[in-house]
Design a protein around this ligand. Structure first.
Ligand SMILES: NC(=O)c1ccc[n+]([C@@H]2O[C@H](COP(=O)([O-])OP(=O)(O)OC[C@H]3O[C@@H](n4cnc5c(N)ncnc54)[C@H](O)[C@@H]3O)[C@@H](O)[C@H]2O)c1
Length: 441
C-alpha cells in the first residue's frame, strides 16, 4: 500500500478457504481485518490462531497478523461490519440436487445486512454465484451500501499466494467508479483490473472454471485414446501444450477433476443455460468425461488383477482432491475407494494431510505410504510429492501382486519396471521394452 493511502477496514464474512485467503491477503496489503463466521467454534479457533484447514504457510501468517493486531475475529455480524469500508462475502455456495447453485448462505448474509446501517460501505461478493445474483444484491442494499462482484480464482494449496499474485483482478459493478473502489485495493500489484458489469463478472468466473475443467477432460479423453492405441499421452499432450495458443497447464491426464468448485460450477452453468434455453454441450461433455474417469481407473486395476478385485487388498495413496490441501470435498479419490469396496476389495488408504477418523469411508487407514502398500496392488490417487520419493524396491517388496495403477502419473516408470512392478499410468501404456526402444532409437 502506498504511504499516502490510509488502511481500509475490511470485514470478512465466512472464514473458509476464500475468506481466510482474503483475511491474510488484505492484512498483508496493510489493511485492518475483522473476520466473522456463523460457526462460533471456528471463530474461537481462529482467535486462538488455529486455521480451519491445512495449507503450507497459512498458520504462520495468521499468527503474525493476530499478533501485530491487523486481524481479529468476532462471533457476531453487526460488530464485524459496523465500521467497515469493505464487507467481503465469502460464504459457501454448494449445489442443489438438480445442479443449480444453492445461494442460501449468501441470501442469509445479504438479508441480515439489509437490517444494518452500512454507511455507504462497499459489499464485495466473492462467493461464486449465478448470473443475476449480484444485481439482486445491489437492489437489496441500494441506498445503504455499494455492491461489487469480485470473483476469486485461487487454487487450494496455494490460496494466499494466489490471492497476492493474481493474473488479473475482475470486478463487476454498476459503474466504473464503484468497481474501482475495490480495484484500487490491488493498484500496487500492477496487474490488469478488469471492471465490467456485475453479470459479466459472474459469467467470467464460471466460464474460467469451465474452461480449466474442459482442458482436464480433454487431456483425459486424449489419454484414454492413447491407452487404447498403445501410445503415450504425456508425449502427445506435451507437444500439444507447448503451443502457446493452448498452454501446458491443466493438460495432465489423471483420475479427473474433484474439489469443491469445478463440478458444482459446471452444474450451475448447465442449470443456468437450461433456464435460458441455451446450449451447454461442451459443459455437459466436460462433466460426462469426468464422471467416467474414476471408473476407468478402477477398470485398469481390475484388468491388471486378472479380471477381479473381489477379496483383494488394495492400497490407496491419497484422498485429498489435490496435493497441498486436506480438502476432500467432491474428491474423486473417495468415489474410487467406494467403487473398490463395492467390488469386494479390502481398501487401506493413506493421505499425509488427512485424519481417517474424520471421514466416513469403507476402508481402513494406514499411518504411512509404505504401510498402505502392504497389499496386493496399489492405486495412486493424489499427486503428493512424497509419494514420488518412495523407493520402488521398498514398494515392490510390500506389494504381493506387484501391481501399481498410478492415477496421477507421478511415479517413475523406469524405476517401477526395474523393481519388477507392473505399472499402469493414465494414457501411459509404456512397457519396459518400449522405454528401451525409445531410448535406443
Ligand atoms: N475453495 C476454493 O478453491 C474456491 C475458489 C474460488 C471461489 N470459491 C467460491 O468461494 C465461496 C466460498 O468457498 P470456500 O471454499 O471458501 O467455502 P468454505 O465452505 O470453505 O467456507 C465457507 C464459510 O462460510 C461460513 N458461513 C456459511 N454461512 C455463513 C453465514 N451466514 N455467515 C457467516 N459465515 C457463514 C461457513 O461456516 C464457512 O466457514 C464459494 O462460493 C466457492 O464456490 C472457492
Amino acid at each position: 500500500m502506498s504511504a499516502t493511502k490510509k488502511p481500509k477496514r475490511v470485514a470478512i464474512i465466512g472464514t473458509g478457504y476464500v475468506g481466510m485467503a482474503c483475511c491474510i491477503g488484505f492484512a498483508e496489503f496493510g489493511h485492518q481485518i475483522v473476520g466473522y463466521d456463523i460457526l462460533p467454534e471456528r471463530v474461537r479457533a481462529l482467535q486462538a490462531g488455529i486455521t480451519p484447514y491445512r495449507e503450507a504457510g497459512i498458520g504462520e501468517s495468521l499468527l503474525t497478523h493476530l499478533l501485530n493486531g491487523r486481524v481479529s475475529f468476532v462471533d457476531d455480524l453487526p460488530s464485524a461490519v459496523s465500521a467497515a469500508d469493505f464487507i467481503i462475502v465469502a460464504v459457501g455456495t454448494p449445489s442443489h440436487a438438480d445442479g443449480s447453485a444453492d445461494i442460501t448462505a449468501v441470501e442469509n448474509v445479504v438479508t441480515a445486512l439489509t437490517q444494518m446501517e452500512l454507511h455507504g460501505a462497499t459489499v464485495v461478493i466473492r462467493s461464486t454465484v449465478p448470473p443475476g445474483t449480484s444485481e439482486w444484491i445491489a437492489d437489496a442494499l441500494r441506498g445503504n451500501a455499494h455492491v461489487v462482484f469480485a470473483p476469486e480464482f485461487l487454487r487450494e494449496g496455494s490460496a494466499v499466494h494466489d490471492f497476492l499474485n493474481p493474473d488479473r483482478v475482475v470486478v463487476g459493478a454498476e459503474s466504473r467508479a464503484i468497481g474501482m473502489r475495490y480495484g484500487d485495493l490491488f493498484e500496487h500489484l500492477s496487474k490488469p483490473v478488469l471492471v465490467m458489469s456485475l453479470r459479466n463478472a459472474e459469467l467470467a468466473k464460471g466460464m474460467s472454471n469451465a474452461f480449466l475443467a474442459m482442458k482436464i477432460s480433454f487431456a483425459n479423453e486424449v489419454a484414454n485414446l492413447c491407452d487404447d492405441l498403445d501410445a503415450d499421452a504425456l508425449d502427445v499432450l506435451e507437444a500439444v501444450g507447448y503451443d502457446k495458443r493452448i498452454g501446458r497447464m491443466f493438460l495432465q491426464p489423471g483420475i479427473g477433476f474433484g474439489g469443491p468448485c469445478f463440478e458444482k460450477d459446471l452444474k450451475s452453468l448447465i442449470s443456468v443455460s437450461k433456464s435460458a434455453n441455451a446450449d451447454s454441450h461442451m459443459l455437459s461433455a466436460t462433466l460426462h468425461v469426468n464422471d467416467r474417469q474414476p471408473l476407468r481407473i478402477v477398470r485398469t486395476l481390475i484388468e491388471e488383477m486378472g479380471g477381479s478385485i473381489d477379496g483383494a487388498r488394495i492400497g490407496v495413496w491419497g484422498l485429498a482432491f489435490k496435493a497441498g490441501t486436506d480438502d476432500v470435498r467432491d474428491s474423486l479419490a473417495l468415489r474410487i475407494v467406494e467403487e473398490l469396496a463395492s467390488q469386494g476389495a479390502e481398501v487401506v488408504a493413506y493421505d499425509p494431510a488427512i485424519d481417517g477418523s474424520a471421514i466416513n469411508l469403507p476402508c481402513t487407514f494406514a499411518g504411512s505410504a509404505l504401510e498402505a502398500a502392504e497389499a496386493d496392488a496399489l492405486l495412486v490417487l493424489t499427486e503428493w510429492p512424497q509419494f514420488r520419493a518412495v523407493d520402488a524396491w521398498a514398494l515392490a517388496r510390500r506389494l504381493r501382486q506387484k501391481v501399481v495403477v498410478d492415477g496421477r502419473n507421478i511415479l517413475d516408470i523406469d524405476a517401477m519396471s526395474a523393481a519388477g512392478i507392473r505399472y499402469r499410468g493414465v494414457g501411459r501404456r509404456r512397457t519396459a521394452e518400449s522405454v528401451e526402444f525409445a531410448e535406443a532409437g
